[in-house]
Design a protein around this ligand. Structure first.
Ligand code: PGA
Length: 240
């Protein structure tokens, strides 16, 4: 399957930052996505080099209505966006999003004809307690959208303690979680699970991307800080 390298700019960037997009080196063998702040989606799409997908970092579960400050998946689609990240740990923590919220958002993304990137991952305390697989399994069970297929759903494993910290799990630990996720998905979706891309996220950098992407059942990455500068992001794309 084609690997996906997705950049998550989080709450970073103004229009001046779009110059980074001009310097991207898109590789035909890798699907490359950037999810900028919602304010930049339209301009980034206008400026995107051939082959760059653009998406959103979140959306509301409803199609429209009285939800001040939120955006709907169909609005992202209207701009030409193709992906929406849902259930990022920063949303789960900062905005109290539950698995049920995340599942509803992912279903809204699919209903709008876009692909949902559903994020899961344990906290440090959960890993230390030996509960990482249990937590990830429960998040998948609770957040997986109805009707998930390889075309409309991607799962990103992002251990909370590895996000923005420069720390990553061992390669064996990443492999263990990704193998587990593949099996869990098979339990929920049967044969369709084999084609669903499983991204690793959390302190992916030019220096560690190749070894992480070399793990079986790691089908790309979700990259925060290192997606903000084209030079770093290009090196990560090249590693995939
Ligand atoms: P990071 O963020 O690459 O800066 O650790 C990853 C993410 O939160 O998606």
């Amino acid at each position: 399957m084609t690997p996906l390298v997705a950049g998550n700019w989080k709450m970073n960037g103004t229009r001046a930052s779009l110059a980074e997009v001009d310097a991207l080196e898109i590789d035909a063998d890798v699907e490359v996505l950037i999810c900028p702040p919602a304010t930049l989606i339209a301009d980034m799409i206008d400026r995107a080099p051939d082959g760059l997908d653009v998406g959103a970092q979140d959306c509301h579960a409803a199609a429209s209505g009285a939800h001040t400050g939120d955006i709907a998946a169909a609005m992202v689609a209207d701009l030409g966006g193709t992906f929406v990240i849902v259930g990022h740990s920063e949303r789960r923590t900062d905005h109290g999003e539950t698995d049920a919220t995340v599942k509803a958002k992912a279903e809204a993304v699919i209903a709008a004809g876009l692909t949902a990137i559903v994020c899961v991952g344990e906290t440090e305390a959960e890993r230390d307690a030996g509960d990482a697989l249990k937590i990830v399994g429960a998040q998948i069970a609770g957040s997986l959208p109805a009707g998930a297929t390889a075309a409309n759903t991607v799962i990103a494993y992002e251990p909370v303690w590895a996000i923005g910290t420069g720390r990553t799990p061992t390669l064996d630990d990443i492999a263990e979680v990704h193998d587990f996720m593949r099996n869990e998905l098979a339990g929920h979706l049967g044969a369709d699970a084999a084609g669903i891309r499983l991204l690793y996220g959390g302190s992916v950098k030019p220096g560690n991307a190749k070894e992480i992407f070399g793990i079986g059942n790691v089908n790309g990455g979700l990259v925060g800080g290192a997606s903000l500068k084209a030079a770093d992001f290009n090196a990560i794309i090249a590693a995939a």
